[in-house]
Write a protein that binds this ligand. Structure first.
Ligand SMILES: *[C@@H]1O[C@H](CO)[C@@H](O)[C@H](O)[C@H]1NC(C)=O
Length: 393
């Protein structure tokens, strides 16, 4: 029973968050009609395919893997250039990379991976190196290209992660400053102490990028500490707070061109640090039939973190309707805290109300139950009557 109620109320906590989100979307859709840049759909999904990373720790470097892996760019016939951390290749041009080692494996940005069947990407393992060729490149090919040396035992090969070499490749296009997204909006959940990333990816390392809030409209200061920018990643909000919530957009400036990214809807979710720690107390541990009983369950919590209470009580089985009264009391001296309280009211106590009262307090981190027992004393005068009443129910 308790489990059932627990699940239900967790849903309710989530539903309220989703409702808020829906309201923001609605609002956004209205604002949208006046907004400008529409990006072409490239069929690029935001769900990145996760490569299976197996047993990193277990891999022992072999002689083959110990030869230093290195990446070079083929810039012409027989002309090679060692690549650094980043590289820019004009869109439309062919990207040609070589990775020394045998065998090696490549990982490419999701958009390129999806194109594997369309013949734009070609990977050929030669005697001493592997070559990667990507033709008809577009801005959407921007991202990280990694070459992993492989450790093989018979036909079972694994990547040697700590020997991987990677390069971030920009594909600048004079008309597209951001890698287009197929989504017009992207939801980003903000949680306290969890860095949040607005993944607006520029296609050119030269673009100057700023962060803008849609309402009230204005530029968001990027100081490098609270919020920082990296042209290979986007903006990071290091310690999200409630005031960061809202709709944000990246704006890139290059030459005479100024473009906006996809919109990011930042939702602040109050995640409590821990499950609540409720305390239960009955107005009296023994009550006389006909008197009133109040059982109080209280838990301290953070101001914006909802705590839900569920009750189990002896009269429940026979459907005795009790009611609860929930209050939130400010904690003096600490504005960030509240005392959440639920009071179960038992009017005109009957025999069936004797027993264990259990209160479960729940927030998004979990639930905790506490119990107390209450004894029902017969009325001094009508002792026998009251007992038979109780039994007949
Ligand atoms: C690359 O583009 C050219 C010209 O548009 C086209 O003819 C060719 O088929 C494309 N190649 C691939 C592999 O998509």
């Amino acid at each position: 029973m308790r489990l059932l109620m627990g699940t239900k109320s967790k849903w309710r906590l989530w539903l309220s968050a989703i409702f808020l989100l829906a309201v923001i979307c609605e609002l956004e859709a209205k604002i949208e009609t006046t907004s400008t840049t529409k990006k072409p759909k490239l069929g690029r999904t935001t769900i990145k395919r996760q490569r299976v990373e197996t047993d990193r720790a277990k891999i022992k470097p072999t002689a083959a893997a110990q030869t230093k892996t290195s990446l070079t760019q083929v810039v012409g016939r027989g002309l090679f250039k060692k690549v650094g951390e980043t590289l820019s290749v004009q869109t439309g041009d062919t990207l040609s990379l070589r990775c020394r080692g045998k065998p090696v494996q490549w990982s490419v940005p999701p958009n390129v991976e999806e194109d594997e069947d369309e013949g734009r990407l070609m990977i050929i393992q030669q005697e001493k190196f592997s070559s990667l060729t990507l033709v008809n490149t577009t801005v959407a090919d921007t991202g990280e290209y990694t070459c992993y040396p492989m450790y093989c035992e018979d036909k079972d090969c694994r990547r040697v992660y700590n020997k991987a070499v990677k390069v971030f490749i920009f594909f600048p296009d004079p008309r597209e400053l951001f890698v287009p997204s197929s989504n017009h909006y992207e939801m980003i959940q903000l949680r306290r102490n969890w860095p949040a990333v607005l993944p607006c990816q520029v296609t050119s390392p030269e673009a100057k990028v700023t962060l803008h809030r849609e309402f009230p409209p204005g530029e968001v200061p990027v100081d490098g500490t609270e919020i920082s920018f990296n042209n290979r990643k986007g903006f990071t909000i290091h310690r999200p707070q409630l005031h960061h919530a809202g709709v944000m957009q990246c704006v890139a400036l290059l030459g005479n061109l100024r473009q906006s990214s996809t919109k990011y809807i930042l939702i602040y979710v109050n995640y409590p640090i821990a499950p609540p720690a409720p305390v239960i107390k009955a107005s009296s541990s023994s009550v006389t039939v006909g008197d009133n009983l109040r059982v109080t369950c209280a838990a301290a919590g953070e101001r914006d973190v909802l705590i839900e209470f569920n009750w189990e009580y002896p009269g429940q089985q026979i459907g005795r309707p009790l009611y609860t009264e929930e209050t939130r009391i400010p904690v003096s001296g600490d504005a960030s805290q509240l005392q959440f309280q639920s009071v179960l009211q038992v009017d005109e106590v009957r025999d069936v109300d004797q027993g264990t009262y259990t209160c479960t307090a729940q927030n998004l981190q979990g639930a905790k139950s506490v119990s107390t027992t209450v004894k029902v004393l017969p009325k001094a005068k009508a002792k026998k009557e009251s007992r038979s009443d109780g039994r007949s129910q």
